[in-house]
Design a protein around this ligand. Structure first.
Ligand SMILES: [Zn+2]
Length: 415
């Protein structure tokens, strides 16, 4: 064996070290917060570019601020197998969400570069500049630019300081007029394969290090406002009440019950407000959110229809008025069977039990599906599967296994 080539263990440890180093680029000293085009974000971009360069890639930035490393194939200008993930974060997030999917392929390319190995196709690693939507309340900015589906209307969105996205981009040297050029030509692309931590407990509970994503779940989101009648908690008899909060509570419990027990279906009431509520007042108003997701669109749509019907029934019986507003709707994005098969092959060849699972969270692969077939490799999280949180962890051993499987996948890649 070439003494320049790292052992899998050393490769896993290198990925973990890079994740630690990258986490230093943060807007706050005691936590990881890295939102679009802040100085912490620029620092992380420069660091990624440096690692990509050192791994033998040519590096460019597009007008969305994505950092793209290209490892040429045997023939110049060959179509590329794309991989990558995002390097922005939520507020007080974890080190591996997004970042792992950039750092891990850089480590793999570095090995191939040292070994002088090239493929009949190029490999491009995209560090997507923005996915989480924290600063400008618009998600997947980097991958939408790369896929040619960037919605120019969001350029007018303002951050908390009142700066528009357009101005913030221009101040960083990224001009909206050039966004169209960030889009890949479909014929220059073979596929997009994203490595990401699972951000959930499924692999951890089944004691599996890796999983092949079957689909990214579709989602429906609503804001529901209920108007009842406020009254004195001591004087209004129970049978005469039009309690908005209890109507909301009954709907919430129905959502939980309806989504329970169907594989891949989840329903959440994450916000639940009783505006101006007081201990001695019957609630006159309640506002809450609904988030329903499923791997299969029909399953999600059926659940949504049942929930909306039940809301009507509950409103009639309790004599309250309900306003339901849809705030988000996204179809499920299936992962391409041919890519899933090749990932599964790489996992099984590595002696790891195979597991397919849906992704309940959205990812850059969703946007990339507009121009090419996509797939995702999930890596186990520790700590009960917690993510978007500083307690998000994974192990160097799992990073090593994932790097091994990803390398094997690329080395045997057929399109
Ligand atoms: Zn992510």
């Amino acid at each position: 064996m070439d003494c320049n080539i790292e052992t899998p263990t050393a490769c896993g440890e290198r990925i973990m070290r890079w994740a630690d180093d990258l986490a230093q680029f943060s807007e706050a000293p005691d936590m990881l917060t890295r939102t679009y085009l802040t100085s912490a974000h620029h620092g992380a971009a420069a660091q990624l570019a440096e690692w990509m360069c050192a791994a033998g890639m040519s590096v460019r930035r597009d007008m969305a601020g994505n950092v793209i490393g290209r490892y040429e194939g045997l023939i110049p200008d060959a179509p590329a197998l794309l991989t990558g993930s995002h390097f922005d974060s939520v507020r007080n997030g974890g080190k591996y969400d997004g970042n792992l999917g950039i750092l891990l392929p850089i480590a793999c390319v570095q090995q191939w570069h040292k070994a002088g190995k090239r493929f009949p196709f190029a490999i491009e690693i995209i560090g997507f500049a923005e996915e989480e939507g924290v600063r400008f309340k618009a998600t997947l900015l980097g991958s939408r630019a790369a896929a040619g589906t960037f919605d120019l209307a969001v350029l007018d969105n303002l951050d908390e300081a009142g700066h528009s996205m357009r101005d913030v981009m221009a101040a960083s040297g990224f001009h909206a007029a050039g966004l169209g050029k960030a889009a890949y030509a479909p014929q220059a692309v073979l596929a997009f394969v994203e490595v990401h931590i699972e951000q959930g407990p499924v692999l951890l509970n089944q004691e599996l290090p890796l999983g092949v994503v079957s689909a990214i779940s579709g989602a429906s989101r609503f804001t529901v406002e209920i108007e009842g009648l406020a009254g004195h908690a001591g004087t209004v008899p129970m049978e005469m009440r039009r309690d908005a909060a209890m109507a909301a509570a009954e709907i919430g419990l129905y959502i939980e019950q309806r989504c329970h027990g169907t594989r891949g279906l989840v329903g959440t009431v994450g916000q639940f407000n009783v505006p101006n509520g007081a201990a001695n007042v019957v609630p006159g108003k309640a506002i809450f959110s609904i988030d329903i997701r499923a791997e299969q669109d029909q399953i999600r749509q059926a659940a949504v229809a049942d929930v909306l019907a039940r809301i009507e029934q509950i409103a009639q019986r309790r004599h309250v008025v309900v306003h339901t507003r849809k705030t988000h709707e996204a179809s499920s994005v299936p992962c391409a069977p041919w890519l899933q098969q090749q990932l599964a092959g790489a996992i099984e060849t590595s002696g790891i039990a195979l597991k397919h699972l849906p992704s309940g969270a959205g990812h850059d692969a969703m946007a990339m599906a507009a121009i090419t077939d996509v797939a995702m490799l999930f890596v186990r999280c520790g700590n009960g599967g917690i993510s978007h949180h500083p307690d998000e962890i994974m192990t160097a051993a799992d990073a090593a296994l994932a790097a091994q499987v990803f390398s094997r996948f690329v080395e045997n890649f057929k399109h």
